[in-house]
Design a protein around this ligand. Structure first.
Ligand code: SAH
Length: 233
């Protein structure tokens, strides 16, 4: 049991309330707190993104021993030296993509599957690629078990893209290539947008790019520093 759940349970027992919250209710209330305290004050305003962040169970994408920390705004280890993205970054990147219900989105760096789950509530289909086989298989299983049916996961080098399903309306890259991989440029629809961290190590910044006449134009450098997700990478 996590700290908040224990506190609520003790309070409920002390007050003699017949309403003892379940773990899921306690997590739901932590999620609401995360939206209220970490996302709204920091400029996340897209109603669909806020709804997704309030609904998708981040705790179900982290190892059991870390679930009590699932709704703090930090990355957490998910094995093989990788981390689940922090909630603010997930919300920020999703909002910057301006997701539409008809979109087919390519994600590079499935990791835990959490970012893919959040996106999947807002678009038609998510195609997500993960380099490390055990992470890909686990994320695929978690997403299916949790009912995110419009996400497909594929194990492989995401910098080569997913040519069989291209072109994509938008592309979101959650690992950090040194430069924008050409296959991803080729597989983005004309007029489409891509969000990607560029630069190395502590200098990484999130950049929003727009495809015009086959070229990627830098639309904006987003006002957050990206936390590197591959330690030392
Ligand atoms: N989006 C994830 C967090 C990503 S961490 C989440 O919501 O949890 C970055 C992930 O990118 C790691 O799992 C890492 O293994 C993966 N990765 C790194 N290089 C990659 C590549 N070339 N192709 C696909 N995945 C890659």
């Amino acid at each position: 049991m996590n700290g908040v759940a224990a506190t609520i349970l003790v309070a409920a027992l002390t007050l003699g309330s017949p309403q003892i919250p379940t773990m899921e209710e306690a997590f739901a209330s932590e999620r609401e707190g995360m939206v209220r305290e970490q996302l709204l004050p920091r400029g996340i305003s897209h109603p669909g993104v806020l709804a997704a962040m309030g609904r998708v169970p981040r705790h179900a994408f982290v190892p059991e021993a870390l679930r009590s920390q699932a709704y703090g705004d930090h990355p957490l280890p998910i094995g093989l030296g990788q981390t689940i993205s922090q909630p603010f970054i997930v919300a920020f990147m999703t909002q910057a993509l301006e997701p539409r219900p008809s979109d087919r989105v390519l994600e590079i760096g499935t990791g835990s599957g959490y970012q893919a789950a959040v996106l999947s509530t807002l678009v038609a289909q998510v195609y997500s690629m993960e380099l490390l086989e055990p992470l890909a298989r686990r994320a695929e299983g978690d997403l299916r078990r949790l009912g995110f049916r419009n996400v497909r996961v594929r194990c492989g080098d995401g910098y080569k893209g997913w040519p069989e399903e291209a072109p994509f309306d938008t592309i979101i890259v959650t690992c950090a290539p040194e430069q924008v991989p050409q296959p991803l440029i080729d597989q983005l629809k004309e007029g489409g947008r891509m969000i990607i961290p560029v630069g190395i190590r502590e200098q990484q910044q999130l950049v929003l790019l727009h495809k015009r006449d086959g070229q990627l134009l830098r639309r904006a450098v987003l006002p957050v520093r990206f936390v590197p997700m591959v330690p030392g990478g």
